[in-house]
Design a protein around this ligand. Structure first.
Ligand code: NAD
Length: 331
C-alpha cells in the first residue's frame, strides 16, 4: 500500500516536502489544500493532481468523503496547526503536522485527544528522528559507548530576515526563535540524552528590541536537568547565523554533530572517529518511514507522535515561564 497525502499550506517547506516526495515509493502527493487558486493550478500541473483532490481552507472538511486521500500534512504557520489538525481528524484522515505542533501544551493535548477520538494517527514532522548519523549516535548511546550520559549542548539559530514574515508575528508564530528553531535543541536534548527533563531554567536576551516585538523572543538560553543527573545547556536565537551544533558527552566518550539539524548533509564525529552514514534527503526518508508507521503500524526508533510533541511543548511552556520569572520550573 502507498500512503496518499494531501499537503495543506503550499509555502516554502510544503514545496520542499513535495519535491522530496517524488523519490518516495511508499508515499505519494495526492492532493493539496491552499488559499491561493494560482498555487493550486501550478501544483496540479507539476504533480499531476486531479481537481477532485484540491481544497481550500474553507471547504477542506469535505476531504472526509474523498477515498483517494489517506492523510493530510499540515505545513502552515504555527498558530493555525491546532484548529487545522482537529478539523482533519474530524474528517477521519490521518494527520502529519509540522513543528511546533501547537503554541502550548494545552493546545497539543487537545490535538492528541481529537485524533484519538477520531481514531486517526497524529505524527509530527520531526525529520531528525530518521536521520542516519543521528540514529547512529543514539545506537552508540544505547549500547553504552559514551558511558553514563553527563552533558548535552544544543545550539540552534539563524539570522532571520524579512521583518514582515509570520515568524516575527506573535499571533501566527506563538513566540520567536524558541518556537521555530530552539525546538530542535529541546527535542534533540531528549533524543540525545535519552531521557525527558524534569526541570528548566532560562534566560532571555534581546539585543534588537526594534526587530523583535513583545512576545517574540530573539535569543533564549536554557538549561534542562534530567533524572539520571545529566544537564543540557542550550541556546536558541534569531540573531546568529549558521548556528547548528549538538554536543553530547558521557563518562567514556562524546558525539558532536555540526551541522546537527539543518537539511544536511549532517556531519559528525565521536571519540571513535567520523560518522560516515550516507546522507539522503531528510523529507524523503521521513515520508517513507511515516507511510510505514501509518499503514503498517511500524514503531520508529524515536517516536514522532503527538504525545512526543506535547512533551516538547511542555518544555517550551516551562522555558518561557522560567525566563519570565527567573525561577527554576519543574516539569
Ligand atoms: P511559509 O511562510 O513558507 O509557508 C506558509 C504557508 O502557509 C504559505 O503558503 C501561506 O500562504 C500559508 N498560509 C495559510 N494561512 C496563512 C495565514 N493565515 N498567514 C500566513 N500564511 C498562511 O512557511 P514555512 O517555512 O513553509 O513554514 C510552515 C510550517 O512548517 C511552520 O510550522 C514551520 O515551523 C514548519 N517548518 C518545518 C521545517 C522542518 O524542517 N521540519 C522547516 C521549515 C518550516
Amino acid at each position: 500500500p502507498v500512503l496518499r497525502v494531501a499537503i495543506m499550506g503550499l509555502g516554502g517547506y510544503g514545496s520542499r516536502v513535495a519535491e522530496a516526495m517524488k523519490a518516495c515509493t511508499k508515499a505519494v502527493l495526492a492532493g493539496v489544500i491552499s488559499g491561493t487558486p494560482s498555487k493550486i493550478k501550478n501544483w496540479q500541473a507539476k504533480y499531476n493532481i486531479p481537481e477532485k483532490n484540491c481544497y481550500s481552507y474553507e471547504n477542506f472538511d469535505a476531504i472526509k468523503n474523498n477515498p483517494d486521500i489517506d492523510a493530510v500534512y499540515v505545513i502552515t504557520p504555527n498558530a493555525l496547526h491546532h484548529d487545522q489538525v482537529i478539523r482533519v481528524a474530524k474528517a477521519g484522515k490521518h494527520v502529519i503536522c509540522e513543528k511546533p505542533m501547537a503554541l502550548n501544551a494545552k493546545e497539543g493535548e487537545e490535538m492528541v485527544d481529537a485524533c484519538k477520538k477520531a481514531n486517526v494517527k497524529l505524527l509530527v514532522g520531526y525529520r531528525m528522528h530518521f536521520e542516519p548519523k543521528t540514529l547512529e549516535v543514539i545506537r552508540m548511546r544505547n549500547s553504552g559507548e559514551f558511558g553514563k550520559i553527563m552533558f548535552f549542548q544544543g545550539q540552534c539559530g539563524f539570522n532571520i530576515g524579512d521583518p514582515n514574515q509570520w515568524r516575527l508575528n506573535k499571533q501566527l508564530a506563538g513566540g520567536g526563535s524558541l518556537m521555530d528553531i530552539g525546538i530542535y535543541a529541546i527535542n534533540g536534548s531528549r533524543y540525545m540524552v535519552g531521557e525527558d527533563p524534569i526541570w528548566v531554567t532560562a534566560q532571555e536576551t534581546k539585543t534588537q528590541p526594534e526587530r523583535f516585538k513583545e512576545g517574540v523572543d530573539e535569543t533564549v538560553q536554557f538549561q534542562l536537568g534530567f533524572p539520571g543527573g545529566a544537564i543540557a545547556s542550550c541556546l536558541s536565537t534569531y540573531a546568529m547565523n549558521h548556528l547548528d551544533r549538538f554536543f553530547l558527552t558521557g563518562e567514556k566518550g562524546f558525539a558532536e554533530l555540526q551541522p546537527s539539524t539543518g537539511y544536511g548533509p549532517i556531519k559528525g564525529r565521536t571519540h571513535k572517529g567520523e560518522l560516515t552514514q550516507p546522507h539522503s534527503t531528510h523529507q524523503t526518508i521521513q515520508m517513507e518511514e511515516m507511510a510505514d508507521i501509518i499503514l503498517s503500524g511500524k514503531s520508529p526508533v524515536v517516536p514522532v507522535n503527538g504525545e512526543e510533541a506535547v512533551k516538547d511543548l511542555k518544555i517550551i511552556d516551562a522555558i518561557y515561564l522560567a525566563a519570565k520569572t527567573g525561577k527554576r520550573v519543574t516539569i
